[in-house]
Design a protein around this ligand. Structure first.
Ligand SMILES: N[C@@H](CCC[C@H](N)C(=O)O)C(=O)O
Length: 311
């Protein structure tokens, strides 16, 4: 296919059926490719995600049986239940390890296509580049065991974990950032007030120095005052996503913001958090994992809004 922005339609993709879905406004084009037959070069993904000449989305998700691609087969060896692989791409066509909103929408898509059956209260293991994720279907959506979190640049962190300086549009000076992996990279910056959050201009990627080696998603987070309401920690957040731009929500970003804020708050901080993003609210919980590490659980809705065929 050509990347000529004037080219009519989406050459090479004719006849492909897709669904459009979102989780708290983070939206995706989802394609079923059980046997892994589709070639999806970056240009095709970017064309589909183009909001003016394509379908429009923050990212593209391809549903492939794990056994049909090498990354899936590698994971199946240790995680035989992870039969479906979430092949996640950002809207610029780049690959990401993980998408927290995407994995909920992925399961909702599999259900809508009757590729799986899953009752409320049951779990399904999904293969991702960031490892196997256990997804619980709840009455209001899904709760996902995202696995353990970790610091990305511990070697250069100060006592508060700050490892970088972040310069974002609309903010007067560079702010310290803390870089956290949720499978994919995040750099979280604490702001003092929601007015500052509103003033930030995320149309351009904030500069992060030093930048984690695989780039980063940047979250601007405002801890509520008081921080804890009825035992739940509360954060307001905006995000600039690697490979996308500003989005209405980022699930892994919400987890990273909760990890950072809880770390700064110290020993008395709660294990349950609500992260408010422009597209809605996400729940984050810390709990012991079966592997002995601390795991992060992300909960929120998932909606399929349309299905279609590329003409
Ligand atoms: N919106 C996603 C994260 C998508 C990937 C991200 N842009 C990256 O490159 O790591 C989420 O909900 O987690």
């Amino acid at each position: 296919m050509t990347n000529d922005p004037q080219a009519p339609g989406l050459p090479g993709l004719t006849g492909l059926t897709f669904a459009k879905g979102h989780g708290t406004g983070n939206d995706f084009v989802i394609i079923a490719d059980p046997d892994g037959l589709l070639d999806m070069p970056a240009g095709h993904v970017a064309a589909l995600c183009d909001r003016h000449r394509g379908i429009g989305a923050d990212g593209l998700i391809r549903a492939v049986r794990s056994e049909a691609l090498a990354e899936g087969r590698a994971l199946l060896a240790g995680e035989p239940e992870a039969q479906w692989f979430m092949d996640y791409r950002n809207s610029d066509g780049s690959v990401s390890e993980m998408c927290g909103n995407g994995v909920r929408v992925f399961v909702e898509f599999l259900l809508s296509r009757k590729l799986i059956s899953l009752s409320i209260g049951q779990t399904l293991t999904i293969a991702t580049r960031g490892g196997a994720k256990i997804v619980l279907r709840t009455a209001g959506g899904y709760a996902v065991d995202m696995g353990p979190w970790s610091f990305i640049q511990p070697g250069q962190a100060d006592a508060r974990g700050m490892d970088s300086l972040v310069t974002a549009g609309g903010l007067d000076v560079a702010r310290p950032g803390i870089s956290i992996s949720m499978g994919n990279p995040h750099t979280v910056v604490a702001l003092a007030h929601v007015d500052e959050l509103a003033a930030a201009d995320l149309t351009k990627a904030p500069l992060v120095d030093p930048l984690p080696k695989n780039g980063t998603n940047v979250e601007l987070a405002v801890p509520a005052d008081p921080l804890v309401v009825d035992g739940v920690g509360v954060i307001a957040m905006r995000v600039h996503e690697r490979g996308v731009g500003e989005t209405l929500s980022c699930g892994t970003g919400a987890c990273a913001a909760a990890v950072a804020t809880r770390f700064w708050a110290g020993a008395t901080a709660p294990d349950v958090w609500r992260v408010s993003v422009p597209g809605g609210d996400l729940g984050v919980r810390f709990l012991p994992g079966a592997d002995g590490t601390e795991h992060v659980e992300l909960s929120g809705p998932a909606v399929i809004v349309a299905t279609g065929t590329i003409s």
